[in-house]
Design a protein around this ligand. Structure first.
Ligand code: ATP
Length: 265
């Protein structure tokens, strides 16, 4: 069904849907990569692609062949470079699918966390309170949906019952396990001394060191909640999906935000 004629261009209903979907996808891509180093790579790639289209339209054979080959390899390179962003996009799509409509799928896939109640998180809250009061640096990751497998494997496996005492023992200064992050999944401490990816966001304030950048880095790559206790300032922060850092949290605020965040679908 023809809707509009612009010169030699016929635009029909399907074209409008097509344009709308492309705009939506580009917006999602922008949202996923904004603020990261990947956004500059993406802009660079778009620029080269623009030049390639111009050169091809002008009929410059040699240059367009070279750029054409570069674009072909470039697509593969983009998949490698944007692997975390592509993963996050697919997780976003998967999560946007409302499984409640399909009770069987809902039961299979949705094993988390409406039950992730205050009570189950209480050992974490109590430990963070003590760690902040004693200015003991800590990095605590709580799994939401992303399984965090490779980060768990980067540390020392524990698979221990979650408790305040164990968290305090792990982060004791000079203790053998205090460096790196603890990862909690399904109410168990899966591993300690885990390595997290460091955020490359150039806009982060200089006051934030590697502990905070590691928390933000993981939250750029996954939907986990990452709690940081600053050794220098005793300050509590929490990083959530998309590289957001909520700083200066009083302990009751941490508790509320954590429970809300883990409940959100
Ligand atoms: N990639 C990483 N993954 C996990 N933990 C890390 C990583 N990089 C640094 N850390 C932890 O952060 C500690 C260093 O923290 P640093 O002083 O640089 O951070 P900070 O953000 O300034 O925090 P603080 O306010 O506690 O000093 C390291 O000893 C280590 O335990």
């Amino acid at each position: 069904m023809l809707l509009l004629r612009l010169g030699f261009l016929d635009i029909d209903f399907l074209d409008l849907i097509d344009i709308g979907l492309v705009a939506f996808l580009l917006y999602q891509v922008y949202f996923l990569i904004k603020g990261s180093i990947a956004s500059r790579v993406f802009l660079g790639y778009l620029l080269v692609y623009g030049i390639y289209l111009i050169v091809r339209a002008l009929g410059m054979e040699l240059l367009s062949t070279i750029l054409g080959q570069f674009m072909e390899i470039g697509v593969l390179a983009l998949v490698v470079i944007f692997q975390p962003e592509i993963r996050r996009f697919l997780i976003f799509v998967g999560r946007s699918t409302n499984l409640q409509q399909y009770p069987i799928l809902h039961r299979i896939f949705n094993q988390k966390s409406e039950k992730q109640s205050n009570w189950e998180l209480q050992p974490v809250i109590d430990a963070v309170k003590k760690l902040a009061a004693t200015r003991t640096g800590a990095l605590i990751v709580i799994k939401k949906e992303d399984p965090l497998k490779r980060y768990i494997e980067s540390g020392d496996a524990l698979d221990a019952q979650l408790s305040r005492a164990l968290l305090l023992a792990i982060f004791q200064k000079n203790g053998p396990l205090h460096d790196g992050a603890v990862i909690i999944s399904d109410h168990r401490i899966k591993a300690a001394r885990c390595m997290l990816p460091i955020s490359e966001n150039p806009d982060l304030p200089a006051i934030l060191g590697f502990r905070h950048r590691a928390a933000i880095g993981l939250s750029e790559h996954s939907d986990a909640a990452v709690i940081v206790v600053s050794e220098e300032r005793g300050e509590i922060s929490m990083a959530t999906e998309g590289g957001e850092l909520h700083r200066h949290l009083p302990i009751h605020e941490l508790q509320n935000q954590l429970v809300d965040y883990l409940r959100q679908r």
